[in-house]
Write a protein that binds this ligand. Structure first.
Ligand code: NAD
Length: 307
């Protein structure tokens, strides 16, 4: 085992989620050394009591645990294959990928790291920026029992870890969960738009569904907090939701399992992503549906061409 400090946690990716999660670790007494290419993100960590390094390899050097909270698997792979990072990663370290990544990529990375004596635990989260802020995230961990147990104490200030299975299992269930969440959000947006057009009160629509069988996290949380007040600021980008949906439908395709409804939803979310552009919040799909853009899309062939 290399010369590592068990309190030293490297944290790569200090965005909407990572900034808040890193702050929870600082407050729990960890020596958090972070990296993000965005300077303001690095400064925010320093102001919160952590340390920032100008490179990923610099943050990792000497750490016992390396946490990733990055946009997608392509970025995770690019970092873990960067020669300076490869040199900084030493046997005995554990890499915890808390991003919502592709489970097949995670398995490949885990095999490569294991060959060097480095454990990979996938530990994606659910609970959004409010859960990250409060340390109440649901953490879906994948990895050997020993590896997951070894990182439980580091994960605890951010939420409740639950071992789902072997490496990749956390990323698989996270993608599946988000495909369901995206389908619910889109279906709720369509029902909500119809209710509004019928003349129903927005809050009455949501509260009634919440007392009936159509309820979901969309009606219980996303609509009351972000759609009805028209703030559309949940802190989760529409493009990231679409990435997770594609991960889930790609997984289904690779496994030979049909995902007809999921593919239809991917078609609609892709159209919303193209219309609303980068930076759109996931909840803006409700405005997009309400304003009739989804109807325009369904007249085009793409949405109907689910396999
Ligand atoms: P974000 O875009 O706000 O943050 C991602 C951060 O990664 C950015 O600050 C970006 O600069 C940084 N980054 C990009 N390339 C990097 C690199 N090479 N090295 C270090 N940092 C790099 O995204 P987010 O909302 O914080 O989401 C992060 C991950 O968590 C995603 O995989 C997302 O799908 C998942 N997630 C998000 C939410 C949410 O509510 N926002 C909830 C659950 C899961």
């Amino acid at each position: 085992m290399s010369d590592t400090n068990t309190r030293h946690v490297a944290f790569l990716g200090l965005g909407n989620m990572g900034a808040r999660m890193a702050r929870r670790l600082v407050d729990a007494g960890h020596d958090v050394v972070g990296f993000d290419p965005v300077e303001s993100a690095r400064n925010a960590l320093t102001e919160a009591g952590g340390r920032a390094e100008p490179s990923a390899a610099g943050a990792i050097t000497g750490a016992a645990t390396v946490i990733l909270m990055l946009p997608n698997s392509a970025v995770v792979e690019a970092i873990l294959e960067d020669p300076a990072v490869v040199a900084a990663l030493q046997p005995g370290m554990t890499v915890v990928d808390m991003s919502s990544s592709d489970p097949m990529s995670t398995r490949r990375l885990a095999d490569r790291l294991a060959a060097r004596g480095i454990a990979l635990v996938d530990a994606p989260v659910s609970g959004g920026v409010s859960g990250a802020e409060a340390g109440t995230l649901t953490i879906m961990a994948g990895g050997s029992v020993d590896a997951v147990v070894a990182v439980e104490k580091v994960l605890a200030p951010m939420g409740t870890p639950r071992r789902i299975g072997d490496c990749g299992a956390g990323h698989a269930i996270k993608a599946i969960n988000n495909l369901l969440a995206a389908v619910h959000l889109l279906a709720t947006a369509e029902g909500y738009a119809a209710g509004l057009r019928f003349g129903l009160d927005p809050e009455v629509i949501v509260s009634t569904i919440n007392a009936a069988s159509g309820r979901s996290a969309s009606t219980e949380i996303k609509f009351p907090k972000f759609v009805v007040p028209e703030t559309y600021d949940s802190g989760f980008a529409l493009a990231l939701m679409l990435k997770d949906m594609r991960t889930a439908t790609g997984l289904a395709a690779e496994l030979g399992v049909p995902a007809v409804l999921g593919e239809c939803a991917v078609g609609l979310w892709s159209a919303a992503d193209a219309d609303l552009g980068p930076g759109a919040d996931q909840t803006e799909i409700a405005r997009w549906v309400r304003d009739g853009s989804a109807r325009a899309t369904t007249s085009s062939a793409s949405v109907h061409q689910a396999p």
